[in-house]
Design a protein around this ligand. Structure first.
Ligand SMILES: Cc1ncc(COP(=O)(O)O)c(C=O)c1O
Length: 491
């Protein structure tokens, strides 16, 4: 607690009454910068996953708000002791779980500048440069991934919000008249996506008022790709039942296996029935910067909307999810609304017109700074190395004879399991134990999924900090765990 009998405490209280003066701010920034550099240099020495139980961190923070000001040094010390030690370190080089979202150094600095200026880019006039930087950075991304000039877009917090917003536009274009009349009394609508797509598509259907039952989970083939003929049957069945198809959501880089839906075939079908095609490329989208990966994105240029997350694979700090669309009219039709107090005469795009939020963070800056400080070549090279590391890791896993691949390796994601013939339940237990053992070691963090009803371990390379030696380490840990733990017995 602050001690106001000492001069430092009194000074802190006085400055906190207004705001820190320049000297206090300079000192705090210096200390935060030192902490940041030290953290980044030594994060590898921390366990990826913290040794905390639920409630530990809250207890350490105290239950009531402080009435008076603490000097920043003490706040930083508490942050270091109680908060940083209770984090899962996404910037740890052994973080190979989910889809990584590590932070490149320029993005850290950009976040600082954003906080320093604290603008709200709801209208062009509430911060002209913020709108124009965002539009520039989004267009640079569009060019870098090879989408046509007809696409424009903006930045959301997450792909979940972007996909939800695309569904609202698709719902409006499907002619349901929801903007004015709501859903009641309108036609029943349906959304089509593969059984491998991300849960955010289902959540979007729930939040958009269509309901979970309006989601058609289309079956996939042996490589976990949506089957076009199954999509077409589902659409025709719905049409016969008087249900209106609102959106097809294809995925390039599905969450479990990074599989790739056959977008050209899905576009032909959705065109045939006049249905909106959204492409969820939240994870894999940035890899379209690589000429050798670009063919995997075939057909996305004909989508109505595409989402890709610079905060997943490009190294902007969370949050930065880019939604690109070919026509802004359905987005405006679903959500644009200008009360008198927000009217302006500027002939410019007001980003508040596309999406639910009025207030908008200046997210464009970190994407622009990233392009400036790393360049598209640097960004591409990092992803190329991740893809190569994942391919090499997959080959070595299989070589040992203990593990087998559970899906084709796609982009930088490998799904695998320890082999145990004739005992699927024992194999599930064994793999779960292997994963637990490796993660408990604190040096690497992997995640799991279920494929064909079987427990599957998942490794995805996507952190700017990960090097080959980190994959050597996790492969060794996996083999050691598989050897130490007997199949079918609790680990
Ligand atoms: C394919 C895919 N789409 C969407 C999402 C959701 O992303 P966000 O956390 O940005 O909402 C994920 C998350 O991993 C994903 O894998």
């Amino acid at each position: 607690m602050p001690d106001h009998t000492d001069p430092a405490g009194r000074e802190a209280a006085a400055t906190a009454a207004s705001d820190w003066n320049a000297e206090t701010l300079r000192a705090a920034l210096g200390k935060a910068a030192e902490w940041t550099i030290d953290y980044r240099s030594h994060v590898e020495e921390r366990p990826v996953f913290p040794a905390v139980a639920p409630g530990d961190v809250r207890r350490a923070l105290g239950s009531a708000p402080p009435r008076s000001a603490d000097p920043f040094e003490r706040v930083l010390a508490d942050f270091d002791e109680h908060i940083a030690s209770g984090l899962t370190h996404w910037n740890h080089p052994g973080f190979l779980a989910y889809f990584s979202s590590s932070t490149r150094a320029p993005s850290i600095v950009a976040e600082l500048l954003v906080a320093a200026i604290g603008v709200n880019a709801m209208l062009w006039r509430t911060s002209p440069a913020a709108t124009e930087v965002e539009r520039t950075a989004v267009d640079w991304l569009r060019q870098a991934v090879g989408l046509p000039e007809s696409f424009s877009g903006l930045i959301f917090d997450t792909a979940s919000t972007a996909t939800f917003t695309a569904l609202l536009a698709a719902r409006e274009r499907a002619g349901a008249g929801v903007r004015d009349h709501g859903l009641a009394g309108g036609p029943a609508l349906a959304v089509y996506t593969s059984e491998q797509s991300h849960s955010s598509v289902e959540k979007s259907a729930m939040a958009a008022g269509l309901g979970r039952r309006a989601l058609r989970r289309i079956e996939t083939d042996a490589a976990f790709r949506m089957r076009p003929e199954a999509l077409e049957s589902a659409i025709t069945e719905d049409l016969e039942a008087g249900i209106r198809p609102a959106m097809v959501c294809a995925t390039i880089g599905t969450t479990s296996t990074a599989s790739i839906d056959p977008v050209p075939a899905l576009r032909s079908i959705s065109d045939r029935y006049g249905v909106w095609l959204h492409v969820d490329a939240a994870y894999a989208g940035p890899a379209a910067m690589l000429p050798e990966q670009r063919p995997l994105f075939s057909g996305w240029e004909a989508a109505d909307s595409v989402v890709l997350n610079p905060h997943k694979w490009l190294g902007t700090s969370l949050d930065c999810s880019v939604l690109l669309y070919r026509d802004s009219a359905p987005f405006r039709a679903s959500l644009a609304l200008t009360p008198t107090y927000l009217e302006s005469e500027d002939d410019e795009t007001n980003l508040m017109d596309i999406g639910l939020a009025l207030g908008r963070r200046f997210r464009g800056l970190k994407l622009w700074v990233l392009f400036r400080c790393v360049g598209t070549d640097g960004l591409a090279e990092t992803m190329r190395s991740h893809i190569a590391m994942a391919a090499a890791a997959a080959a070595r896993l299989v070589d040992g004879g203990v593990f087998e691949l559970a899906a084709p390796v796609s982009f930088s994601t490998v799904c695998f399991r320890a082999k145990l013939e004739g005992d699927p339940e024992g194999a599930d237990r064994w793999n779960r134990d292997i994963l637990r053992r490796v993660n408990a070691g604190g040096r690497s963090f992997l995640s799991h999924t279920e494929l064909d009803g079987r427990y599957t371990v998942r490794l995805s390379v996507g952190s700017v900090h990960t090097e080959e030696r980190h994959l050597d380490e996790v492969l060794e840990a996996l083999h050691r765990a598989a050897t130490d733990l007997s199949p079918g017995e609790p680990g």
